[in-house]
Design a binder for this molecule. Sequence first.
Ligand code: HEC
Ligand code: HEC
Ligand code: HEC
Ligand code: HEC
Length: 369
Amino acid sequence: MKIVLSVAGAALALFLTIAMFGGAGWTHPPMANKQTGFRGTGMDLIRTRAGNEELAQANRAPDPADPAEASGDKASAVYENVQVLGDLSAEQFNRVMVSITEWVAPQQGCTYCHSTVNMASDELYQKRVARRMFQMTQNINANWKEKHVHGAGVTCYTCHRGNPVPANVWFDTPPAKSSRFIPRNNGQNLASANVGLTSLPYAVFDDYYASKDTPQSLVRVNATTALPESKSKPIQDAEKTFAIMITMSQALGVNCTFCHNTRSVAQWDTSTPNRVHAWYGVQMVRELNQDYMRPLTTTFPAARLGPTGDVAKISCATCHNGANKPLNGANVIDPYPELAHPTTQANLPVGEAKDPIPGTNTPTPKPPM
Ligand code: HEC
Ligand code: HEC
Ligand code: HEC
Ligand code: HEC
């Protein structure tokens, strides 16, 4: 009997071991490592080659439309109601219309934004939103070129990827309902994608990405003295910081050492240049949400608004979609110079767009030597 049992036990153990190799979601070699920091510091971006291949496939930029003739009548002369792109030739203007249809509403076509009876009508909210989106895209490419998007730039496709609503948007978190057992959940322990489905404080996006007024001290949590001070931050601030950092890493498909040297996550001069790049990304996201998305709230129909009646907003993932460079760093802007610079500032709040890094307590982060 003992022998039978041990043979059965051994067979079961063998079976479970084999099942584990097959079913546990192992990361299989061959690996593709990329060193992101000084050697010996463990600062490596470790992915599989298959994973890299998958990421590259999922983030391919579409081919640009053939260039159009710049001569001929201006769009503003040919058409009735062109407020932003009026300086283009009619042919160039139509090329842009064809491209945005492919980027934003390929299934729906021109009538996603246009009334079928009158192309000049602004009756559909989609068209009014799209006009502001033109200005937002121009602002990103002109005013955030040096600090964030570099030569690669962005087009509508960077965020939209063939969908009217980008895959990665976020809404303000409604206040938690109290139940008889948990009268107050302290703003945590609720599954939310905004905190990578952790139990960390879930309203961090509202605090961190929604407005330019966010205090720069929000994620300054690392102690600067050996012993605790009376001014020490509460542990909740550290939790919020981690929640933000987790989703930031997920948005870019990287680990913490892509930006930080874990010897000291706070110290800027031992962090990688990616951290400075990311910091400007945070300032950009705040500006886009405050100056472009929020003011569109009343333009959107109720069905597009979140549980607290707020508009869908932008985070790192909206552009990055899991890649450290959106669309693998492809230069998407050169074929579309009309999206690279503001053409009309008519609807922009004066001064806002030209001053991307407001605030007096702005740190001057230094890239590592
Ligand atoms: C994602 C929304 C969107 C889609 C899709 C779209 N358009 Fe437009 N269209 C606009 C916006 C916004 C304007 C106004 C641009 C401006 O103010 O500079 C416009 C203006 C126009 C005008 C000028 C009308 C006038 O007399 O004022 C024409 C013509 C036009 N579009 C044609 C097209 C065609 C053809 C398609 C399909 C291939 C198309 N559009 C798809 C958003 C869109
Ligand atoms: C930085 C990211 C980003 C870029 C770039 C961008 N958009 Fe958007 N767009 C958004 C977000 C976020 C929304 C809000 C989603 C929603 O509709 O609820 C949105 C909504 C829209 C909508 C409304 C869709 C709907 O059905 O509600 C249209 C139309 C649109 N964008 C067109 C454009 C066009 C055209 C461009 C390029 C000129 C562009 N977008 C560039 C992020 C972006
Ligand atoms: C894409 C770059 C990037 C990644 C990846 C990243 N961080 Fe950060 N981290 C930053 C930036 C930028 C700041 C400063 C943010 C600010 O000033 O608003 C920061 C700040 C922090 C701070 C606060 C430091 C202080 O001054 O007290 C901590 C702690 C931290 N990160 C931990 C992490 C952890 C843990 C991970 C991995 C889960 C991570 N970070 C991943 C960019 C990154
Ligand atoms: C409007 C679109 C957009 C948004 C939103 C955005 N980024 Fe980026 N980001 C880009 C583009 C485009 C590049 C590529 C620049 C280049 O090729 O050098 C980039 C590059 C980066 C890089 C450098 C990666 C590398 O491998 O060199 C980091 C780090 C980064 N972004 C972090 C962030 C963080 C963190 C956020 C959110 C706080 C953010 N980005 C939001 C468009 C965006």
